[in-house]
Design a protein around this ligand. Structure first.
Ligand SMILES: NC(=O)c1ccc[n+]([C@@H]2O[C@H](COP(=O)([O-])OP(=O)(O)OC[C@H]3O[C@@H](n4cnc5c(N)ncnc54)[C@H](OP(=O)(O)O)[C@@H]3O)[C@@H](O)[C@H]2O)c1
Length: 297
């Protein structure tokens, strides 16, 4: 059995669609089917079903709430939950794919630089700290694993930056977007494909980084991302610095991660602009099933 935890999240949903398209069977669980913070439930699920592969997409992802009112839950889900899942997976001999984040690194990377896979970790937010401890729990469990760090995730199945920009543009002729935080966007589809690719091609276990690609020397900020999202609209997008948007959790000024190791596996990483375009095309097809019929004639 293939198990997807957090199966209703934005990545979990994308992964379900991908596996459906490929005719791969799986069991997708969200908190109602399998609460990963319930050790007894996790152990009994694994002992009964003995999954051979676990795509661990369940997480606490409310980055700002994790600083205060969500602190305990963040720790429970991202650290304890990940430990229970990893240890149970190790016990039944499963392979585990865990998704992590550039927030494990903190904020020490000069603009223009890239985080190497082996760079030392120094998280500066509660979310980053618990995702780092999640990574360590995966390693300590002895499970065969792939840990994939990603950033700036967008897709068709959840609240994310693309949705937010489009929604705001419906009511605001002008938007201001931060232009001093740098990184690369990641389409959930590209990430889901990479998760499956690592397992299917039996790549070396361990740490990987995966975002969509950018052109050589291209610098991308949230402002650039917003401009691309809204390029076919009348909306005016203006750059501001992040002091205009104070947030509880500290955001890194540079989230760019090296894609060298992911590329060395032979996986083709499309550009973030192409990913955005493809997501929009796919989104249209899903909303208008007739379009698919029209195109296949
Ligand atoms: N989104 C980003 O920008 C980003 C960036 C870097 C890394 N990541 C990582 O990518 C992975 C997927 O993120 P995502 O964007 O898909 O997050 P998401 O949309 O928030 O999905 C997380 C899922 O986990 C479920 N969940 C929460 N608590 C659970 C529990 N106790 N037991 C079982 N399931 C539980 C959530 O259910 P409820 O909604 O019902 O709580 C939700 O369906 C996570 O590991 C995240 O840390 C995300």
């Amino acid at each position: 059995m293939i198990l997807i935890t957090g199966g209703n999240g934005q990545l979990g949903t994308e992964l379900r669609h991908l596996l459906d398209e490929r005719g791969v069977e799986y069991f997708a669980a969200d908190v109602r089917e399998l609460d990963i913070t319930d050790k007894v439930a996790v152990d009994s699920f694994f002992d009964k079903n003995k999954p051979e592969l676990v795509y661990h997409c369940a997480a606490y992802t409310a980055v700002d709430k994790a600083e205060d009112e969500g602190k305990t839950l963040n720790e429970l889900i991202n650290v304890d939950g990940t430990r229970y899942v990893s240890e149970a997976a190790a016990r039944v001999g499963a392979t585990l794919v865990y998704i992590s984040t550039d927030y494990v690194f903190g904020d020490r990377l000069p603009v223009g630089g890239e985080w190497a896979v082996g760079a030392p970790k120094a998280p500066e937010s509660e979310y980053g700290r618990t995702k780092h401890l999640g990574e360590e729990a995966v390693k300590a469990s002895g499970v065969k694993h792939y840990v994939i760090r990603t950033a700036w995730v967008f897709g068709a199945y959840g609240p994310n930056f693309v949705f937010a920009m489009k929604k705001l543009a419906e009511t605001h002729p002008e938007l201001t977007v931060v232009a001093d935080q740098h990184g690369r966007p990641t389409w959930t589809r590209t990430l889901a494909e990479f998760m499956v690719y690592l397992v299917d091609t039996n790549q070396a276990q361990g740490l990987y980084h995966l975002t969509n690609d950018a052109a050589e020397g291209e610098d991308v900020t949230w402002f650039d991302f917003a401009k691309e999202i809204l390029k076919d609209t009348e909306t005016i997008v203006k750059p501001v610095d992040s002091s205009q948007f104070p947030a509880k959790a500290k955001r890194p000024f540079n989230s760019t991660m090296s894609l060298e190791k992911a590329k060395a596996t032979g996986f083709e990483i499309i550009s973030w602009q192409k990913a955005l375009k493809e997501m929009e095309a796919l989104g249209d097809r899903r909303e208008n099933p007739d379009k698919i019929k029209g195109e296949s004639k």
